[in-house]
Design a protein around this ligand. Structure first.
Ligand code: PCA
Length: 223
């Protein structure tokens, strides 16, 4: 992986497949965006292992190498109906299933001594508005769960909040629905075509690079 030469760089991460699946839309979307130039910034895709601890190590390597001004981490949430920018990362690992390395932490902090939570620094409301305007179903999500996605999201936000070299970078996490090929195998789960997901992420990157102040419109849920 060689560092791209434009002065603004975007790091997009996606995960390898997990839970015995053979594909993960988060990596398919990330790699479709690799090399895409948006607002003068070039996207670089990096795949993360679906393993507690190791995923953060790979993320750290990518942050050091890419030195991004925007970081968008992607993951699959197999029951989601829409593309869902996450609002908040919490400092908890609590795995319902084992990760790809057999790890299954229960009620452990992602980072001991770190705050309980961090908010995404992406303009999530503007992103949802712009994705919908582009014809891509999207909603704010108020939980990224407690598995490897939240783990990476929390570690990313802690690094953006505490590392001087990343002080001006924005970042966040986005959960994606299944691809149609997965839904056809699993039966009974919602899905979204890869091209639609990629279009949604292009919109997201454009909005994240151009909208400084998020819009004030509801993205809340009653439960
Ligand atoms: N989704 C899982 C981990 C990897 C992925 O793509 C999650 O939501 O935690």
């Amino acid at each position: 992986m060689t560092r791209r030469e434009s002065d603004r760089r975007i790091l997009v991460t996606g995960f390898e497949p997990f839970e015995r699946d053979t594909v993960n839309p988060s990596w398919e979307v990330a790699r479709a965006l690799d090399g895409w130039v948006c607002e003068g910034a070039e996207a670089q895709a990096v795949q993360l292992p679906c393993a507690f601890g190791r995923a953060i190590e790979v993320l750290d390597g990518a942050l050091a190498e890419c030195r991004p001004t925007l970081v968008v981490a992607l993951g699959l949430a197999g029951t989601r109906l829409e593309i869902t920018p996450e609002r908040v990362a919490i400092n908890v690992d609590d795995a319902r299933i084992a990760d790809n390395a057999g790890g299954q932490p229960i009620d452990q902090p992602v980072i001991a001594g770190a705050p309980a939570a961090y908010f995404s620094t992406l303009p999530i409301k503007a992103i949802v508005r712009d994705m919908r305007a582009a014809g891509v179903p999207a909603s704010v999500s108020n939980t990224a769960g407690t598995f490897v996605c939240n783990h990476v999201f929390f570690a990313l936000m802690h690094r953006l909040a505490t590392r001087p070299e990343l002080a001006s970078a924005r970042g966040g996490f986005v959960h994606l629905p299944c691809l149609p090929e997965q839904a056809a195998r699993l039966a009974g789960v919602p899905s979204m075509a890869l091209a639609t997901q990629v279009e949604g992420l292009r919109t997201l990157l454009r909005t994240a690079l151009t909208v400084r102040q998020d819009v004030r419109e509801t993205g809340g849920q009653l439960h």
